[in-house]
Design a protein around this ligand. Structure first.
Ligand code: FRU
Length: 481
């Protein structure tokens, strides 16, 4: 396995993984690291019948460390199998971490992966680590099987990015269109505003900058993990896109409603015009208004569905924690979500494959209580004006009142179900449907067919659900395998 550094990292990784025991909050159907720390989804792709997901992985410390790419596969995006580690930080241009990136699969089945090789100088020099002391290198590797990768090729470095950008340029997301290849990267400009750089290539190795996209008004100091895709109408796949979507994870939003939200955000701008030329960004919309969601990435299945997976975690969060750290691991991915558009709105719902694992259905009108709901899928349909209230694991409350949909934890001490989380809400004038997907230590809520989503980790002492929704139909299933 690679050079001596990669070989030793591989040996050490296997040793720590062989002692792994995730404990009582181990997830059943959300991708987790076997040990240590996970952050962003990377390199999402379908090769043949198999889905591949890579993740920012620090196996040696549940609180983070040097990043490599962990690798998991799935046949249905619900049951994930850990495969080991695909890329190690073992070259001068990525020794500070194999940071986030993406994959593109060519018609001949070759997977092309692009990632950011992070380098941070720790040599006692006087660096601010914004305009000095770090490098962001764009690296290209290929694979036939998603597990074994070619020689690493450096294709872009800081000298290739615009002069007025800082050294923070990263997270290449690539796609193919009309015989050419395109890449977006997130950047922090020297005037502390975020932007997206768009590159074009004929051969995947030589890239030229063709566009720089930002909002009319400054919107945070850095945009991480950009993604660009076009959503077609479900019923009319081969017609014009109904929405062009530029997804980013901005850091540094302050004031107004941002102060009651997460430290960093992830959302999207609907883009009017041409991503390669003149274009304008419509107002920013959050992908997810819960406590734990960041750095999502999308990919397209062989059948053409657009799937989004987020990191169900939050970097630099001071006020709440994750109780799994005591068990030697931290964080997971969201359930893969299918993205569609309806009447100009972007919707996200759990991939339909989840429904295959619904068992033991219980159906009721107006109210439903159940115990033992460790893994469940619930739909509440036809809520309308009569109100909605749900309590999960005695402490997590979902309510719709006075034009607000809220997720709130009744207790806030460190050992409570929310481990310090308090409340998140969004304005919502009309509520028709709520879908809740629960795993051992996560809850994901989808409102009105996925117009809004709220994700959170949680740490129940008992698993139960209690729903009150006059006149609505409530359907609850266990998720079992
Ligand atoms: C987002 C991020 C990316 C970076 C990666 C490093 O969470 O900061 O911008 O590539 O994580 O792990």
């Amino acid at each position: 396995m690679g050079n001596p550094l990669a070989a030793d990292l591989n040996t050490l990784r296997k040793i720590v993984e062989s002692n792994a025991n995730q404990g009582r909050y181990a997830q059943e159907f959300h991708l987790t690291p076997p040990v240590g720390w996970l952050n962003d989804p990377n390199g999402l792709a379908q090769l043949g019948d198999t889905f591949h997901a890579y993740f920012q992985y620090s196996p040696f410390n549940a609180e983070g460390g040097v990043k490599m790419w962990g690798h998991s596969t799935s046949e249905d995006m619900i049951r994930w199998e850990y495969e080991g580690t695909a890329l190690y930080p073992d070259q001068p241009f990525d020794v500070g971490g194999v940071y986030s990136g993406s994959a593109l699969v060519e018609d001949d089945g070759t997977m092309h992966v692009f990632y950011t090789g992070n380098v941070k100088y720790e040599d006692g020099g006087d660096y601010d680590y914004v305009t000095s002391g770090r490098e962001a290198n764009t690296v290209h590797v290929t694979s036939k099987d998603g597990q074994h990768f070619s020689h690493k090729r450096l294709v872009l470095g800081n000298a290739d990015y615009p002069e007025d950008d800082t050294n923070h340029v990263r997270d290449p997301k690539v796609w193919r269109s009309g015989g050419k290849y395109y890449m977006v990267q997130g950047a922090r400009k020297k005037n502390d505003t975020g932007e997206v750089l768009v590159f074009e290539s004929d051969d995947l190795d030589s890239w030229r900058l063709v566009n720089r996209i930002t909002s009319d008004e400054p919107f945070g100091y850095m945009w991480e993990c950009p993604d660009y895709f076009e959503v077609t109408d479900d019923a009319r796949r081969d017609t014009e896109p109904v929405a062009k979507v530029l997804s980013v994870s901005p850091q540094g939003l302050r004031g107004g409603d941002w102060d009651r939200r997460n430290v960093y955000q992830s959302g999207y701008f609907v883009l009017h015009g041409d991503v390669l030329g003149e274009c304008k960004l419509k107002p920013f919309a959050l992908w997810d208004a819960g406590f734990d969601f960041y750095a999502p990435q999308t990919f397209q299945t062989a059948g053409g569905r657009r799937i989004l997976i987020g990191w169900m975690g939050m970097p630099d969060e001071k006020y709440y924690s994750n109780l799994t750290v005591e068990d030697g691991w931290q964080h997971c991915f969201t359930i893969p979500r299918e993205i569609t558009a309806r009447n100009g709105r972007i919707l996200q719902m759990p991939v339909r494959e989840l429904e295959r694992y619904r068992h033991n259905g219980r159906f009721s009108n107006a109210a439903l209580s159940a115990e033992g709901t460790q893994c469940f899928d619930m739909e509440v349909v036809g809520i309308r004006s009569r109100g909605f209230r749900a309590k999960i694991a005695n402490e997590l409350e979902l309510t719709w009142e006075k034009g607000r949909f809220a997720m709130r934890f009744a207790k806030q001490d460190e050992k409570s179900v929310g481990a310090g989380r308090i409340q998140r809400f969004e304005h919502l004038d009309f509520l028709d449907k709520v879908r809740v997907v629960g795993d051992a230590s996560s809850i994901e809520v989808f409102v009105n067919d996925g117009v809004l989503a709220f994700s959170t980790r949680y740490y129940p002492k008992e698993y139960n659900v209690d729903v009150q929704a006059a006149s609505a139909e409530i359907r609850l299933w266990d998720i079992t395998f």
